[in-house]
Design a protein around this ligand. Structure first.
Ligand SMILES: Cc1cc2nc3c(=O)[nH]c(=O)nc-3n(C[C@H](O)[C@H](O)[C@H](O)COP(=O)(O)O)c2cc1C
Length: 301
């Protein structure tokens, strides 16, 4: 028999087994909230669905050989995830501290200045890919979406964070429908997070063309292949498309994908977060005032 409400504290010895995440679709409550079902060990358990055994598929031509080692299978077992996370605790290391800017009165007047100072420290410290940022968007359905993009520049006059993508990609379509976004940086070596929120505009065409022209040959080929986020039949199709794009680039060095677009996220809120192993995190928030000046304030972590 299933009971929908916990009747006793959870934990070892309580005799209760809580179903683990992810909650199967059929047990989700109204509006996507999770309804957790609890069983007593002595209760009759509902009959378990018989595992659906699929016939092993023949690997596609050129596909890598499947991994069969028992050790790797154990690592791939999702029940192992909690153990792995326990072995890699968050921010359990010496972190640099916020620095002088933690005093809102002493912090730089604009968030682009503090961003530039923190980026310089990240590069100096050897943070990997400090220009990789999570771009969060929502389309006309209001549902959030997110993915990493490369920061191309920061423009101090407009307080704009600049990135580029294909306007026909899902994120490009979402930005056309709802031109607002967030960019989030996380630099683990320093335990630093920077959150930027604002309105997004497309740069003029010549700026996008210049951005594409400045790219490496490999990046140009990838851009010319295009079709970002549309389904691909098999990996060899990528090689053929890349060869075609490479030939096009050799014949027409000015070739560019029609949708390649530079976007500027003009910030109205920026937050700098310095993590601390003892959980005394420091947060400094910048909010833009109507006169375009910035107000600075500390936030509770
Ligand atoms: C480090 C890193 C940098 C990336 N930079 C970009 C980028 O600058 N522009 C871009 O369109 N996609 C970039 N991507 C790929 C995106 O994360 C994403 O897979 C792709 O743009 C499709 O996103 P969409 O389907 O939401 O449009 C990058 C991915 C990573 C991991």
């Amino acid at each position: 028999m299933q009971r929908a409400v916990p009747r006793a504290p959870f934990g070892a010895g309580s005799g209760l087994h809580v179903c683990r995440w992810p909650v199967p679709r059929s047990t989700r409550g109204a509006r996507g909230t999770a309804r957790v079902t609890v069983h007593r060990a002595e209760d009759d358990h509902p009959p378990r669905p018989r595992p659906h055994r699929r016939r092993p598929r023949r690997p596609a031509a050129g596909a890598p050989a499947p991994i069969r080692s028992a050790g790797y299978r154990r690592l791939m077992d999702p029940r192992h995830v909690r153990d792995l996370l326990a072995r890699a605790p968050l921010m359990a290391r010496e972190l640099p501290g916020f620095g002088a800017g933690a005093d809102p009165g002493a912090a730089p007047a604009t968030p682009t200045e503090l961003f530039a100072a923190w980026l310089a420290e990240a590069v100096e410290a050897g943070v990997l890919d400090p220009g990789a940022a999570l771009l969060s968007t929502a389309g006309s359905d209001g549902r959030p979406d997110a993915r990493i993009v490369a920061l191309r520049d920061v423009e101090p006059v407009e307080s704009a964070w600049v990135f580029a993508t294909d306007a026909a990609s899902p994120k490009g379509v979402q930005l056309a429908q709802r031109p607002a976004a967030a960019l989030t940086f996380y630099w683990p070596l320093q335990g630093r997070q920077i959150r930027v929120r604002g309105d997004v505009t497309q740069a003029p065409k010549d700026v996008s063309l210049a951005d594409f022209a400045s790219r490496s040959p490999a990046s140009k080929v990838a851009g010319l292949v295009g079709r970002q986020s549309t389904p691909m039949g098999a990996l060899p199709e990528w090689n053929e498309a890349a060869e075609r794009a490479g030939r096009e680039l050799a014949e027409h060095p000015d070739a560019h994908p029609p949708g390649h677009t530079v976007y500027a996220l003009a910030a109205h809120h920026v937050e700098f977060w310095q993590g601390d192993a003892g959980r005394r995190h420091v947060r400094l928030a910048y909010a833009q005032l109507p006169d375009a000046d910035w107000e600075r304030a500390l936030l509770w972590p």
